[in-house]
Design a protein around this ligand. Structure first.
Ligand SMILES: Nc1nc2c(ncn2[C@@H]2O[C@H](COP(=O)(O)OP(=O)(O)OP(=O)(O)O)[C@@H](O)[C@H]2O)c(=O)[nH]1
Ligand SMILES: [Mg+2]
Length: 317
C-alpha cells in the first residue's frame, strides 16, 4: 500500500505511526521514493510549530524537551520530537540517554520521538532532520521539537529549520558568556537559562542581558531570557507560553526573518547535497576520486586547486 507516494501520504495523514517511522527511515537512507514522498507531503506541511532547542552538551536540553512534551500534552496536543545527535558517530552519543529520559512518553500515542545520528544517515543531517519534521507535520504532530547539541555550524543549520530557536545556557560555564559561540547568539529567538537551581543564574541573565543590549539591530529582535529548572519542571510552562507568544506576537520583521532564514536553510542544504552528489557522479570515473584524495593527503595538490579542477570539468549552467 505504501509503494505510491499518494497512498503513503494518506497513511501518514490517517495517523499511521508505522508509515511515519518508515518514511523517516526512507529520508535518512535517501531511499528511492523519498523525494517523491516529500513532494507529495509538502502541501500538507506548514501547520506545525517547529521548535528548535540547542545548547552546549549536558545543558539539560533533553530533560527540558521531556518536560515541554509533558506541558504540550496537557494541552492535548500531539507532539513530535527529533533528537539529532551529530556527534554520536564518534562518541556513542547521548541518544540512549534520551530514550531513557523520555521513556515516560514512550507509550503515549500522542508523542512521536525519533533519534537521528550521522551514522545511518546518508547525506546531510540537517537535510534529513528537516525532512523528518515535514513528515511529522504531515502526520499532524504539532508542535515538533528538534533537539541538537549546539557545538558547530552543522547544528546551527539543523535548528535553523525551525520557527523558533531556543538556546539553552547554564550557569557556571566558566567564562559564561564568552563561552557561547557567536553564531548561536545570533540565531537565538529565546534564551533559556536552565539549571537555575545552581548558583550564578542571575549573574548569567544580567550578563546576557547586557550583551544583548550591545547587539545592533532593532530592539524587537532582542530575544527574551527565561529561567528553568528542568529536573523540577520549573519554568517550563512559561517557556512553552513564551514560545507560543513568540510565534504569535514577535515583531513581524523578526518572524519574517526567521521564516526566510528557514526557507533559505532548507534550499541551501538540499542544493549543496544534490550538487556535490551530481559532481561526484559526473566527474569521477573508476579510481579518480581516490587518486585525487591521495594527492591532497600527501600534499601534492591543495584542496582548493582540487575542487577548482573538478568544477572546471562540469558545465554549471
Ligand atoms: N541541577 C539541575 N540538573 C539538571 C537540570 N536539567 C537537567 N539536569 C541534569 O543535567 C544532566 C544532563 O541533562 P540532559 O537533559 O541529558 O542534557 P542534554 O543537554 O540533553 O545533554 P546532551 O544531549 O548529552 O548534550 C542530567 O544529569 C540532568 O538530570 C536542572 O534544571 N538542574
Ligand atoms: Mg540530550
Amino acid at each position: 500500500v505504501l509503494n505510491n507516494a499518494a497512498a503513503f501520504v494518506e497513511a501518514l495523514r490517517s495517523g499511521s505511526v508505522r508509515a511515519l517511522a518508515r518514511g523517516i527511515s526512507m529520508v535518512e537512507e535517501n531511499a528511492p521514493g523519498a523525494v517523491a514522498l516529500l513532494k507529495e507531503a509538502f502541501p500538507h506541511t506548514g501547520k506545525a510549530t517547529v521548535i528548535g532547542v540547542t545548547g552546549s552538551p549536558g545543558a539539560g536540553k533533553s530533560s527540558l524537551v521531556d518536560r515541554m512534551v509533558g506541558s504540550f500534552r496537557r494541552e492535548g496536543r500531539r507532539v513530535g520530537v527529533v533528537a539529532v545527535d551529530p556527534t554520536s558517530a564518534y562518541s556513542g552519543g547521548a541518544i540512549l540517554g534520551d530514550r531513557i529520559r523520555m521513556q515516560e512518553h514512550a507509550l503515549d500515542e500522542g508523542v512521536f520521538i525519533r533519534s537521528m545520528a550521522t551514522r545511518g544517515c546518508l547525506g546531510g543531517l540537517s537535510r534529513a532532520s528537516a525532512d523528518a519534521v515535514d513528515l511529522m507535520d504531515t502526520a499532524g504532530y504539532d508542535p515538533i521539537i528538534i533537539e541538537t547539541v549546539g557545538v558547530g555550524q552543522d547544528e546551527i543549520e539543523i535548528v535553523r529549520a525551525s520557527d523558533v530557536v531556543c538556546v539553552v545556557l547554564v550557569p557556571g560555564m566558566g567564562d559564561d558568556i564568552q563561552a557561547i559561540k557567536a553564531g548561536i547568539l545570533e540565531i537565538a529567538d529565546l534564551f533559556v537559562v536552565n539549571k537555575s537551581d545552581k548558583p550564578g543564574a542571575d549573574r548569567l541573565i544580567s550578563d546576557l542581558d547586557y550583551m544583548l543590549s550591545l547587539a545592533s539591530g532593532p530592539k524587537s529582535f532582542r530575544p527574551d531570557i527565561l529561567k528553568t529548572v528542568a529536573v523540577r519542571d520549573e519554568g517550563v510552562k512559561e517557556l512553552c507560553l513564551g514560545i507560543q507568544e513568540f510565534i504569535r506576537d514577535a515583531g513581524d520583521a523578526r518572524r519574517e526573518h526567521r521564516r526566510k532564514d528557514r526557507a533559505e536553510t532548507r534550499f541551501r542544504t538540499i542544493l549543496s547535497e544534490k550538487l556535490s552528489a551530481l559532481v561526484m557522479e559526473r566527474v569521477f570515473q573508476g579510481q579518480e576520486l581516490e587518486q585525487l584524495l591521495d594527492r591532497i593527503a600527501d600534499r601534492t595538490t591543495d584542496p582548493y586547486t582540487a575542487v577548482g579542477q573538478v568544477l572546471a570539468r562540469v558545465e554549471v549552467k
